[in-house]
Ligand binder design. Structure first.
Ligand code: FAD
Length: 282
């Protein structure tokens, strides 16, 4: 299976990103949520990888379980910060043997406030090249419509994205964003410097203000003031905030679809309800 099988020639696909829950109840709930989302015939479900490989085994186990219990195509995220070539080879080889050959290849981050540890890979493009050497994987990489937090400017960041594509990435999945202009501008700039692979927008239906403030602070995405105001006006009512999140995501997805994006990658936060409402309304 290749990421490129899902996109292009007028095809459009959803995909869902989930993270390994802390306990078995969380896993059972997640599998139930994914079974509901399966009706939308997603391209794949991708399972995130904890900072510095902290959920390495959980990621692998969950990816396999999602595949066995839902029948959905599964991708695994992998970060190379602190990793050496041999351990990377062993880890990905095992997943390949188990039949998972879609990988979201990332650099990852050092633990908060910590030094970046010694690693055989400095940046994600080096991981992409290495995975290509191992062969047999189809690779997605991360792109940042508003620029990566560490990048001196958006253009430098985009040139670094190009390195990942030139190293062999088949598709770019974007960081979440709440203003579609950031995405369209990013795609225009990417095409101008010769990035030709599909660039799939990442959409997160907001669940609550506190959580999204934390997430956007961490990943460098911005929360438009008007959206923040609406969330604040919900007066802390969880359902009212969720509704604001759903309505905003619907508006974003409508425009994205109308303007011909290759797919939409949902940051589903392990839940089916909001994503289902968004997709049903499109
Ligand atoms: P890189 O592409 O290596 O970029 C990192 C920074 O270095 C950027 O500022 C870039 O401009 C710069 N840079 C890149 N290459 C070079 C170069 N050759 N020379 C100089 N500078 C360079 N994190 C997790 O821990 N687990 C996950 O599962 C996970 N999944 C994610 C999924 C998506 C779709 C996205 C968008 C992000 C995800 N992240 C995840 C977060 C990601 O790990 C962080 O954003 C991290 O800081 C950067 O990873 P990257 O792969 O984009 O790094």
């Amino acid at each position: 299976m290749r990421f490129s099988d899902f996109y292009g020639s007028g095809r459009f696909k959803y995909s869902f990103e989930v993270f390994p829950p802390k306990d078995e109840t969380g896993v059972v709930n997640l599998i139930a949520a994914l079974k509901k989302l399966a009706v939308f015939d997603p391209a794949f479900v991708s399972v995130t990888y904890g900072a510095m490989g902290t959920t390495r085994d959980l990621t692998r186990d969950l990816a396999l379980r999602v595949r066995h219990e839902t029948g959905l195509v599964t991708a695994f995220h992998f970060t190379c910060v602190g990793a050496d070539r041999e351990s990377v080879r062993a880890y990905v080889h095992r997943l390949k043997q188990e039949g998972i050959d879609l990988v979201v290849a990332l650099r990852g981050d050092a633990p908060q406030g910590g030094e970046r540890p010694a690693s055989d890979f400095l940046y994600a493009n080096e991981l992409v090249s290495y995975l290509k050497e191992i062969d047999g994987f189809s690779i997605a990489v991360a792109g940042y419509p508003e620029g990566h937090v560490e990048a001196p400017d958006k253009e430098t960041d985009l040139r670094n994205l190009k390195r990942k594509v030139e190293a062999g990435a088949d598709v770019v999945l974007t960081q979440l964003f709440f203003d579609n202009r950031d995405y369209f501008d990013f795609v225009n700039r990417a095409r101008k410097i010769g990035i030709a692979v599909p660039i799939v927008p990442g959409i997160m239906p907001i669940l609550n203000l506190k959580q999204i403030e934390k997430i956007t602070k961490m990943c460098g995405a911005s929360l438009p003031p008007s959206l923040r105001d609406k969330l604040q006006r919900s007066g802390g009512d969880p359902e009212a905030m969720r509704r604001v999140g759903v309505e905003h995501a619907i508006a974003q997805c409508r425009e994205l679809k109308a303007r011909g994006v290759p797919g939409i990658h949902f940051y589903a936060l392990n839940k089916a309800e909001s994503v289902t409402e968004v997709i049903r309304s499109l």
